[in-house]
Design a protein around this ligand. Structure first.
Ligand code: NZQ
Ligand code: ZN
Length: 394
């Protein structure tokens, strides 16, 4: 039976070739007068997007401040720096040029500027909730995290090694500019990690013991099949524009909550377990998910068997006969083969990390503390379960 749900996805999407040319008009229409441009290492500059954005904003008489150098697994110190700049320059709009790390930094700065009397990290420690947030928008350069339309924001406190999420509709971006042309320069590893992350955002919502709706499941399965087919195309031909389009749009749909309507809000334990790996070892998010998912899936599949059987049949194309558990296992194995096909790891060794028993216990403890009482839907995990899943993924 379907659960009650609310679906709120207010982000205007401007998609396709030359989409970035709309940015100035959009900002003007939304009343921006002083924009903080947020970007990463080199890609925004190399792509020419930074110069383009500066020019477009100047043409609209919009003042600009800048914060560059955002790194993957984005850091809290950059958020504080952005808040400082934003206060001094009286910034009233944030424009991120980049991917999830850059957009999440912009969101966190936007929270900090809207309520300057508080420390923004309190949101990520879940000791208070936000009441306000400045408007945020993005020019997306990598299809992966889905932050361009999501309510999520993930920041790493570099001092404590904690990578923490704060989810709130307040931070849903006002608009997202998506020109898939700009994703052609991505290193293969980033493209493929992005594809895994996109799939995982849907799979986290699919493998649940909550309510179900056929329309939601069918959208989810089509999305997963489409991403797999196009990930393989891009692995062999990274410049295929149509495949770039499919993946980019899937990235937004996978994490704007569309594939969760009617279920119980999702499992999200693969994400929570991976965030600790990101906090401790600074791994690429999507690749980290690929490394932990098979272990999680084998550990929980008996507790969510009908979903795993359906997944094996409808997504992974398993046609062999057998018991339900054999079919579920065949589906998990087929996913591992797909990960390998696109150059992704299926365990931590292949990911390039080797956590000790002590580090695993530390990650499991931190993960449980961060989850509070939401420790999964396919199976509600305990500390001992988390330790086993990490160990089995080594
Ligand atoms: O720093 P630059 O030079 O920009 O390079 C970036 C970065 O090294 C590069 N890149 C981006 N666009 C490019 C490009 N290189 C060449 N050509 C381009 N067009 O890609 C690298 C990765 O960028 P990043 O922004 O880190 O990627 P992604 O979008 O995968 O974001 C990952 C972050 O988002 C978080 C993850 O945990 C991670 O911190 N997530 C955010 C979510 C959300 N806000 O809803 C949900 C996700 O589950 C996820 O947790
Ligand atoms: Zn993710």
């Amino acid at each position: 039976m379907a659960n009650n749900f609310r679906y709120y996805s207010p982000t205007e999407v401007i998609f396709g070739k030359d989409a970035e040319l709309e940015t100035g008009k959009q900002l003007k229409r939304l009343g921006a007068s002083h924009v903080l441009l947020v970007y990463g290492g080199n890609s925004a500059r190399r792509l020419g997007l930074l110069d383009k954005a500066r020019k477009i904003l100047e043409e609209e008489d919009i003042s600009i401040s800048e914060l560059g150098g955002i790194v993957p697994n984005p850091r809290l110190d950059k958020v504080y720096e952005g808040i400082r700049i934003g206060k001094e320059d009286k910034v009233d709009f944030l424009l991120a040029i980049g991917g999830g790390s850059v957009i999440d930094t912009a969101k966190a700065i936007a929270y900090g500027l809207a309520e300057p009397e508080y420390d923004v990290w309190e949101l990520f420690r879940h000791t208070r909730t936000a009441k306000k947030c400045l408007p945020v928008a993005s020019i997306l350069t990598i299809a992966a995290a889905g932050s361009e339309t999501s309510k999520g924001c993930v920041i790493t406190n570099e001092k404590t090694g904690e990578k923490r999420a704060y989810d709130d509709n307040l931070a849903r971006p006002k608009f997202a500019v998506m020109n898939p042309e700009y994703t052609k320069t991505l290193p293969d590893y980033q493209t493929e990690s992005g594809c895994v992350d996109i799939m995982m955002h849907t799979m986290e919502r699919y493998f649940t013991n909550g309510g179900n709706m056929e329309i939601t499941d069918s959208i989810a399965e089509a999305l997963l099949r489409t991403v797999m087919a196009n990930a393989i195309i891009l692995h062999d031909n990274p410049c295929n524009y149509d495949a770039r389009c499919e993946i980019m749009w899937a990235g937004s749909l996978a994490h704007n909550d569309l594939t969760g309507c009617g279920n119980d809000g999702g499992d999200f334990m693969s994400h929570k377990l991976e965030h600790e790996m990101g906090g401790m070892f600074d791994v690429t998010h999507g690749a980290g998910l690929a490394a932990i998912w098979p272990s999680w899936a084998r550990y929980v599949c008996r507790d969510c068997l009908p979903r795993f059987v359906r997944f094996a049949r409808n997504v992974m194309g398993v046609t062999s006969e057998g018991t339900d558990i054999e079919i579920a296992e065949a589906g998990i194995h087929a996913m591992e083969q797909f990960y390998h096909r696109i150059g992704m790891p299926v365990n931590m060794r292949e990911l390039g990390i080797k956590p000790s028993d002590h580090q695993i216990l530390d990650m499991a403890n931190r993960c449980m503390a961060a989850c509070k009482n939401r420790t999964g839907s396919a199976k509600k995990l305990t500390l001992e379960d988390a330790v086993e899943i990490y160990k089995n993924a080594r």
